[in-house]
Design a protein around this ligand. Structure first.
Ligand code: GLV
Length: 337
């Protein structure tokens, strides 16, 4: 009998997903959820044909060179800046991600974070819990309105469109966006979204939501010069990736009120945070949980697992990032080397 392909699951996931994988694969699971350094991950990947990764597990040229048996990396995230895709393609390693299944949940969270930020919900709760609430006042935690305001969206992929739809149809907002490419007119009409330059987006948005992918080109897309263009009353929401915002510049802008407030789900160097962000009240901070509803996280894990199972049973992976690798390799890699 042919040996089952060996697959490493780099972080803890739902036990039912491990059970599904184990029906067809020899699974090495990290169910104690130890966080491995790159060297530890590389060591554990030795002899593995596949790996189930999350957004914090880096697969680069160094890892690939040390793990020649590796054929597929399935990411349980839509973002894949933890993959060096060019190096993976050059090494003939298939990469997959987990798009679509998280779109609506993440767009919901974008709104939750926007509303908490604009309406100062966490700041006011901290005040209340600290026993500081002694009387009603006309301006106690008065913030910005959402309804009727101008919603700016930077990056207009699936999640950006979900946020635009909620803003335009649910809250009567004027939606403006900037993206690498303009949407088709019928999509813009359905979303009631208007394409503008990045400078106009920064100047006009009452609430600016970032949902663009992270790459060298988007590194510090929002830094001190961009923040300076925004309204002093504006809020900034980062749902995308740490590194898109210059967190040091943002902390400074929040402190001196260049903008009114920010809501951040992602951070440069997370899980570490820029220390100044922890010192200022006008920022809502959440630990990278935009896609974290139970059904959605399960769907993301199942999609990553489905990609592995399809690949190792000779079927077409569902969401390949570099499908050219499959053509080159005649698709299947059912048998271990
Ligand atoms: C979450 O950040 C994802 O990319 O899925």
């Amino acid at each position: 009998m042919q040996a089952k392909p060996r697959v490493l699951v780099a972080r803890a996931v739902f036990p039912e997903v491990i059970a599904r994988l184990s029906q067809h694969l020899e699974v090495y699971a990290n169910q104690t959820d130890e966080v491995w350094s790159k060297a530890m991950l590389t060591q554990r990947l030795a002899g593995m044909q596949g790996v189930f990764t999350t957004g914090g597990d880096s697969i680069d040229q160094q890892v690939l060179a040390a793990c020649p048996a590796l054929k597929i990396c399935a990411n349980m995230a839509v973002g894949y800046n933890n993959f060096d895709l060019a190096a993976m393609t050059a090494a003939g390693v298939l990469a997959t991600n987990a798009p679509d299944v998280l779109t609506e949940t993440t767009a919901d969270f974008g709104f939750a974070l926007l509303m908490a930020t604009a309406r100062r919900i966490t700041e006011s709760e901290h005040y209340l819990r600290a026993g500081l609430w002694t009387k009603w006042s006309y301006d106690l935690f008065a913030g910005a309105d959402i309804h009727g305001a101008t919603l700016g969206i930077l990056g207009m992929g699936r999640i950006g469109q979900g946020i635009a739809r909620r803003g335009a149809h649910g809250f009567g907002m004027q939606v403006i966006y900037h993206n690498r490419s303009q949407l088709a007119p019928e999509v813009e009409a359905e979303l009631r979204a208007c394409y503008v330059s990045k400078a106009e987006l920064l100047k006009r948005a009452d609430h600016l939501v970032l949902v663009l992918p992270y790459s060298a080109a988007s590194h510090h897309a929002i830094g001190a010069p961009e923040l300076a263009l925004m309204k002093p009353s504006a809020t900034l929401i980062n749902l995308a990736r740490g590194g898109i915002v210059d967190d040091a510049a943002l902390a400074q802008a929040l402190q001196i009120k260049t903008i009114a407030a920010a809501g951040l789900d992602v951070f440069e160097g997370e899980p570490a945070l820029h220390p100044n962000l922890l010192k200022i009240p006008n920022v809502v901070l959440t630990p990278h949980i935009a896609s974290a509803s139970i059904p959605t996280r399960l769907a993301m894990a199942n999609l990553a697992a489905d990609n592995l199972l399809a690949f190792f049973t000779g079927k077409a992976p569902l969401t390949p990032l570099n499908p050219e690798v499959l053509q080159g390799a005649g698709q299947s890699a059912a048998a271990p080397d």
